[in-house]
Design a protein around this ligand. Sequence first.
Ligand code: IMP
Length: 176
Amino acid sequence: MLDDSSFEVLFSADEIRSRIGILGEQITKDYDSVGEDTVMIAVLKGSILFYADLVRQVQLPITMDFIGISSYGDKQESSGVVRLTQDLSTPIKDKHVIVVEDIIDTGLTAHYLLENLQTRSPASLKLCSLLHKPDGSKKAVDIDYLGFTIPDKFVVGYGLDISQRYRNLDYIGWKK
Ligand code: IMP
């Protein structure tokens, strides 16, 4: 059995769903004229649940791709070491790119990733993140589409893990 009794709910499945609806509407509006040339990139693994729900709220003929990044290993604090573990399947030159992240904490991962993608000459490059912990910031990054701002506490669920577990919770929580 999945024992999640030590977690307190921070955002319920309903709250997450309704926030994603709004983000999807914003993206649909902003990319209306370039939908065909828009690529939404999921940053593995943390963003996959958010990504899967978000793309279904974007009413445009976008394409989907995936990139793998490792920053924490199995620890709960940023190592500052960022590594590409899986690359995109197609070039993004002249495409309108939206990077979909689970959480921006220190900002080191997103900064590294955006710099890497920028060298591939996309037509535009924007960042969407479900969560932001502004108090953990070490590198400033602009978040173009943001779900929720949270305090500097470790959260789990809805794609986010502790030592690779609890990603499959349908809510976001933290230790009681
Ligand atoms: P950053 O490089 O410090 O901004 O961290 C980004 C990555 O760290 C995220 O994509 C997550 O995988 C992980 N991370 C940061 N904070 C948390 C948290 O509270 N819970 C789970 N993972 C986290």
